[in-house]
Design a protein around this ligand. Structure first.
Ligand code: ZN
Length: 393
């Protein structure tokens, strides 16, 4: 490995494992102790890492020689992360530990001419102007896009028309700052990897939102696959006799449990004079949100309950299939729908039943995360930190 590669490897290892001793870094990264000592010395001089005292319990060391522990300097630089969806544009500035130092959210309706690129550029410029203390140390910007980004980092490839106006290239030309674009759920997964030191090196991150996607981190790297469709779990079929999906196939998972489809069903229910409490929650069907659907479920609405239970059953089957096929150390589930404790418990119940045959009662593979509306934005910041700081150090 080149010196640059050694520096990146050591820094990423400290990000993920701090506080950590030099000898552990050498052992785990298989970089020689002399090189680790030399590079960590340079990092300390450059203000990139710091010594944070000695190990408390140094049972594996000779008496009197406690090992010095190293950590990153969390506020050395910052990154800006941006996520746009069909409804919101969210901005976040994070330090290297993922602590948010600034965040703000805008409705897509505020982009008066619908031009997402111009809106992002203007707001980013304003935010940096209003936050000069962070602006001076911004290492780069990550953009979480609702779809896939083409090889030239310019246009979003998607089967919907969410963001026809987005151009990564135009943004790069306008803002004098390094920019990287990536799929929003892949960003969320990377944020979990970099900012949550308890996450394993191999895991799946399954996000259920307007659409759904499952990103894989495999041995500390985002799994890419040959084409861009690896992770398009919403288009795996759970019922061949089901409804026709946007993709042309029948009975895809997302036709049961994406927010888009759940809202579609519940709006039809609302308008059909069926026996549902939905009309008591909102003045018109279009105003229904996923929170309303979740509330109707908790209030005992049978028809809404049937949709949700079917959705959770198919989701549970898919998650357990995923566990069986890929067997990652962890499967994180993330989505607004799971903010509802009863929904969360019903889903875990389906998954547990599906995985009963696994001969390990303590199996903790699946974890439903607390819903974070900024997960895409802070994940994009994490991705920018990886590209413009760790890999470039
Ligand atoms: Zn489909």
């Amino acid at each position: 490995m080149t010196n640059q590669e050694n520096r990146s490897t050591i820094l990423e290892y400290i990000f993920r494992n701090a506080p950590v001793a030099r000898s552990t870094i050498a052992k785990q990264t298989q970089i020689t102790p002399a090189t680790v000592t030399s590079i960590s010395g340079n990092f300390i001089q450059e203000g990139i890492i710091q010594e944070i005292g000695a190990e408390d319990n140094a049972a594996d060391c000779s008496p009197g020689r406690k090992r010095i522990l190293l950590d990153i300097v969390p506020d050395k630089v910052y990154a800006m992360g941006i996520e746009f969806t069909s409804r919101h544009i969210r901005f976040s500035i994070c330090n290297l530990r993922g602590d948010t130092v600034f965040q703000s959210s805008f409705s897509v309706k505020e982009t008066d001419n619908g031009n997402i690129t111009d809106f992002i550029a203007e707001k980013a410029e304003d935010i940096l102007k209003e936050n000069p203390s962070f602006a001076a140390s911004i290492v780069g910007m990550g953009i979480a896009v609702p779809g896939h980004i083409d090889a030239h980092q310019d246009k979003v490839i998607t089967n919907s028309s969410l963001c026809p106006q987005f151009s990564g290239e135009a943004l790069k030309k306008r803002l004098n700052i390094p920019i990287i674009c990536e799929n929003n759920v892949r960003c969320m997964a990377f944020g979990r990897y970099l900012f949550d030191r308890s996450s394993p090196d191999t895991f799946a991150f399954f996000h259920v939102g307007a659409g759904m996607f499952c990103a894989l981190i495999e041995n500390s790297k985002l799994f890419q696959g040959t084409n861009y469709y690896a992770g398009e779990i919403g288009h795996t079929i759970v019922n061949p006799n089901g409804k026709k999906c946007e993709c042309g196939k029948y009975g895809c998972l997302q036709t049961y449990c994406s927010e888009t489809w759940l809202l579609k069903y519940c709006r039809l229910l609302y308008e059909s004079n069926a026996d549902t409490i939905l009309p008591s929650l909102k003045p018109c069907a279009d105003a229904l949100t996923i929170e309303d659907i979740s509330n109707a479920f908790s209030l005992g609405d049978t028809l809404v309950g049937n949709y949700i239970s079917t959705a959770l059953k198919y989701l549970g089957i898919t998650v357990s299939n995923l566990a069986i096929i890929t067997n990652p150390d962890k499967i994180y589930l993330h989505g607004n729908l799971f903010s509802n404790t009863e929904i969360k418990e019903e889903l875990m119940d389906y998954i547990t039943k599906q995985l009963l045959f696994v001969d390990d009662p303590s199996d903790q593979t699946v974890q439903i995360l607390d819903y974070d509306t900024y997960a895409g934005a802070s994940g994009a910041a994490a991705y920018a930190i990886k590209h413009f700081y760790i890999s470039n150090i």
